[in-house]
Each structure stands twice: as C-alpha cells, then as structure tokens.
Design a protein around this ligand. Structure first.
Ligand code: SGN
Ligand code: CA
Length: 535
C-alpha cells in the first residue's frame, strides 16, 4: 500500500469514527431529553387524593408523586369543563383563543399543539384514553381513545381511527393499553410523550367489581356548607347539581330495582348501552349481587329528610371513591413499570384532572363554577433530576401553563402565541417567580346543571367573578377569611377599595389575554344559534 492510499484510508477511517462518535453524541443528546407522561383523570377532586390531606380515601400511588416530587396546592383550570380543559392543555391557549369554549362545539385539530411540536423535534408520542375532542387526534404517532365520554364497562376505543369494543373495565383497559405501548409500541431510540387519560371518576360512577366493598359500609361527614342557602349568590342558587335534589336515584345512585318501582327520569338511560345495559350477564350478576341488597334495605327502611340527604351523599361518595381507587391502581402499575425499566429518573410524570369536582361542598356534585373546588384541580409533578422530593407549591399555575412547561423541559422554545407560562422554575422551588393571578372563563349555558356564563380573576387573596348573559351579577370573595366562598363581599363597604383594585386587575388581565365583552357576545350568539339548529 503506497503512502497516499494509506493516508486516504486513514482519513476515511477517522471520518467513520468521527461520524460514529457524533452519531453516538447526538443519540446520547436525544436520549438525555426527558420523557413526559401526563396522567389525566376526569373529574377527580383534589379532596379525593390523600396527599391533599382531606382524609376521605387513600391513594398511595398518586401520593408517591407528592412524596418524590411536587404537589401544587392552588393549581387551577381556565374553564372547568372537560373538552375545553383538554383543548387548553394541548394548545396552551385560553378557550376564546383555541376556539373550544364548551363541550358542544367542534375542536379544530389543525391548530398547533405541544404534542405536534414535540413530535416534530423527535419525540415518539401517544395519546391513550379519554380526550373528548372530536376528530382524529393530531400530534400523536399512536392514538387509542374513547369516543366522546366513553363507557365504563366493555368500552369502545378508537385505535388509530378505527373503533373496536374491548371486554373489561375502562380504567384497567386504559392502563393496559398505556403499558402495552410503553413496553412494545414505542420507538426506544426516541424520548417519548405519553398522554395517559382516564375516563374515571366521571359520572355516572360505575365502580370496578373488585372495589364494590371498599367503601360499602362507610358514612361520610357532610361538608359544613352542604346545606348552603346561596344567600347573596343568585348564580349559585340557580344551579341544578344538588346532591340531595338532583342526583337520580337510579342513574346516579344505582337503585335499579327489578320490580321497577323507581321510575326515575334517567332510569332508561342507565339501563341502556352506555351503562348497565352494556355489561354481559356475568358482570350484571356480580353488579346485582352488590347493589340488590342495598336496594332492598333502602326499600325496607326508606330514609327521609336529612337522613335521606346523608344516604344520598354516602351512596355518591361510595361509588365515586371506588372509581378513584382503580385510577390509583393504574398510577401504581405505571410507576412500577418506570422503576422496573430504569426510566423513573429521566421521566417527568404529571398527575392532574381535567378539572376539580364538588364532593358535597355547597351541596353539589359536578363542576363548572369558578369556586375553589372546581376551579382548582389536582397537580402533582415528579422529575427526580430537578424537582425536590416533597416540594409543595402554592403558585397560581394553571392547565394553560402545561404546554409551555413541557416544551421547556424538552428544550424547545414555546411559540409566541401560546398564552401559558412555563412553571419549571416553580417546580424547582422558586414560587416567587410566577404570575400573581389566574384568569377564568366559562361558557356552557343555558345547559345541563345550569351554571351561568361567567369570567373572573383570582389573585393571591381575592377572587372577582362576573356572571353575565341573561343576568348580571358580581361576586367578590376574600379567600383568606372565607375559603369556602360563602360570603360575597362585592357590595360590602369594607371592600370598596379592594373591589376597585380588582376591577382594574380584571380589565388588565382581559386585555393581556385578548378577551373582551364583544367576544363573549359572539360566543353567546354562536352558542344560541347552534342550539337552535339542533332543535
Ligand atoms: C355529562 C354528565 C354531566 C357532566 C357533563 C360534562 N351527565 O353530560 O353531569 O356535567 O357530562 O362533563 S351524564 O348524565 O351524561 O353523566 S365533562 O367532564 O365531560 O365536562
Ligand atoms: Ca371532566
């Protein structure tokens, strides 16, 4: 071999070596980007997570995230209803910007979302479970989602666009699908984004067989404002979500008596394909073996008055909390998988809900209002590389901020028109660096549960809310002395200055995000027209 050839060979070898080193570095670089898992449940009240300290139930697996990461005590949503909340999370934009203002109108998947951006920078992405947004999800290499609200027993899933029915219980199936994708479905060369979204514990709260007995003998203390008279709060008084007045004996409280004595408004709906009617004979037999004795005892000794209210509350809580238990099991299985596969260190795990929920506070179930229990939502984040174990933050973070935060963790700059802020620094322990307000809008009215249209601002201490449309009410709460929002001090002379300051704040915040009365009117007109066209 002459010298020249040898030199060329050497150069070629060096080139190959360099290439392989650089490939290794870039794959090492790609590998070092964190994986992201967003566990979202549906209607999961923070009161029903033991890490939040309300003593209702035990959720050891969700609690692990608080022990090993951060728990946010004042996280909130910008619009407390399912599909809009998910649209806000994906787009990082308020409802009036992403267009999905209520559960009824269509979502535009063509707009930007953080999953699309992560997919574009080399993340392997999957969406599994409930999303409640019409159309084929965009931004995901794999999607396996429930149609609409989904069903508890033997549910349909839309697997990459094709509908299939699966035998079993929805929470367990969703977890299995998520684990299947993690084990066998994903591209192990890439960092991943997994949205693992449970349907439970959404109404009508059909528990998994194995938890029928867990709370069966429990009676629950009524929240102190369970018999709220809504004085000074006409919008609250207008509600249709009372535990003792509006829960349906058959549909919600499961008193499907075989004699047919209880012919309630929603009995047929419960007997139908969405609920009981979907179970197979074996599942029905196990179900009946649990509920028939409860029905018999209710008939033998029908409670009345306050005793009936307590009985309804207990029935509600027993089923709701049983549904939560299966969700917690799924979190446990997922965390075990991360441990066993060595992924725990480099995976950000978020637990949240699409909104909070009333567990009897103000006498209610459901959500929608800007009052604390449904404005707030659980938020726990574990990322051992950055977040100190056991950290608690009372920063005013919102679901609006999730998209920017995820992009920040992945090392991608958020597009300028995303309206949220990254809370990565807050999660590290620097609360003081964050926004000092949270903005809220709600649009679905007239509709089920009769919660009027409203918007408002929350600051560290106060909350100002404007109910509008066919009524016009203002409310002001001093959360420091009235954390359960029973006393509307809007017209209280002691709060004149506070009221003025909050009006200024609200006007600033609306201008900051690009919201205004004309836009509210447009949404209302479109909504009423849409309802009219469906009549
Ligand atoms: C259903 C429920 C309501 C609930 C909405 C919205 N009724 O319509 O109680 O408020 O969903 O919930 S049900 O009889 O169908 O259960 S959301 O979480 O999807 O926004
Ligand atoms: Ca929900």
């Amino acid at each position: 071999m002459n010298y020249q050839r040898l030199t060329r060979l050497c150069i070629a070898c060096c080139g190959l070596l360099l290439e392989s080193i650089s490939a290794q570095t870039s794959s090492a670089k790609a590998d070092s980007r964190p994986n992201i898992i967003v566990i979202m449940s549906d209607d999961h009240a923070y009161q029903a997570i033991s890490a939040y300290g309300h003593g209702l139930n035990e959720t050891p697996h969700i609690d692990r995230l608080a022990q090993e990461g951060a728990l946010f005590t004042r996280a909130s949503v910008t619009n407390s209803i399912c599909a809009p909340s998910r649209a806000v999370m994906l787009t990082g934009k308020h409802s009036f910007r992403n267009g999905k203002v209520d559960n009824i109108q269509a979502f535009d998947w063509d707009q930007e979302n953080f999953a699309k951006i992560l997919q574009g920078v080399g993340y392997n992405t999957a969406l599994i479970g409930k999303i409640h947004l019409n159309g084929l999800p965009q931004g995901f290499d794999y999607s396996n989602v429930l149609p609409g609200q989904g069903q508890y027993y033997n549910p349909d899933f839309i697997v990459n666009g094709e509908t299939q029915q699966f035998p079993g219980y929805v929470t367990t199936l969703t977890t299995e699908f998520a684990l299947d994708w993690l084990r066998d479905g994903r591209d192990e060369e890439k960092p991943f984004l997994l949205l693992y979204h449970q349907k439970a514990p959404h109404r009508a709260w059909l528990p998994e067989e194995k938890y029928f007995d867990l709370f069966a003998d429990r009676s629950f203390e009524l929240p102190e404002n369970f018999f709220d008279d809504y004085e000074g709060r006409p919008a609250a008084a207008n509600h249709e979500m009372g535990v003792w007045r509006d829960l349906d004996l058959v549909y919600d409280l499961k008193m499907l008596d075989k004699a047919g004595d209880f012919q309630t408004k929603y009995r047929k709906a419960f007997e139908g394909q969405g609920h009981y009617g979907r179970m197979d004979e074996k599942q029905k037999a196990v179900w009946d073996a649990h509920y028939d004795p409860i029905i018999a005892s209710f008939k033998a000794n029908p409670p009345e008055g306050r005793e009936l209210a307590q009985w309804k509350f207990d029935r509600y809580m027993q089923d709701y909390l049983s549904c939560v238990q299966s969700v917690d099991d799924g979190v446990g299985d997922l965390l075990d998988y991360l441990d066993d596969s060595g992924l725990s260190e480099n995976t950000i795990v978020v637990y949240t809900s699409d909104q909070g929920f009333y567990l009897g506070e103000h006498g209610w179930f459901d959500k929608r209002f800007m009052y604390e229990e449904s404005f707030r939502t659980p938020l726990l984040v574990r990322y051992p590389a950055e977040i100190p174990a056991g950290h608690r933050s009372d920063a005013l973070v919102q679901n609006l901020d999730l998209a920017s935060t995820f992009l920040d963790y992945a090392g991608v700059e958020a597009p300028g028109d995303m309206q949220g802020e990254t809370f990565r620094n807050v999660a590290r322990g620097n609360d003081s660096t964050f926004r000092d307000f949270a903005y809220y809008t709600y649009y679905e009215y007239p509709a089920e549960h009769r919660v009027m249209r409203h918007y408002g601002v929350r600051t560290d201490r106060y909350k100002l809310i404007h109910f509008y449309h066919d009524q016009d009410y203002w409310e002001l709460y001093d959360l420091e002395i009235d954390p359960t929002e029973m006393n509307n001090v809007y017209d209280d002379p002691d709060y004149t200055e506070t009221q003025t300051a909050l009006h200024v704040k609200l006007a600033d915040v609306r201008a900051h995000y690009g919201d205004n009365d004309a836009q509210d009117q447009e949404h209302l007109d479109r909504y009423l027209k849409f309802r009219e066209s469906r009549r």
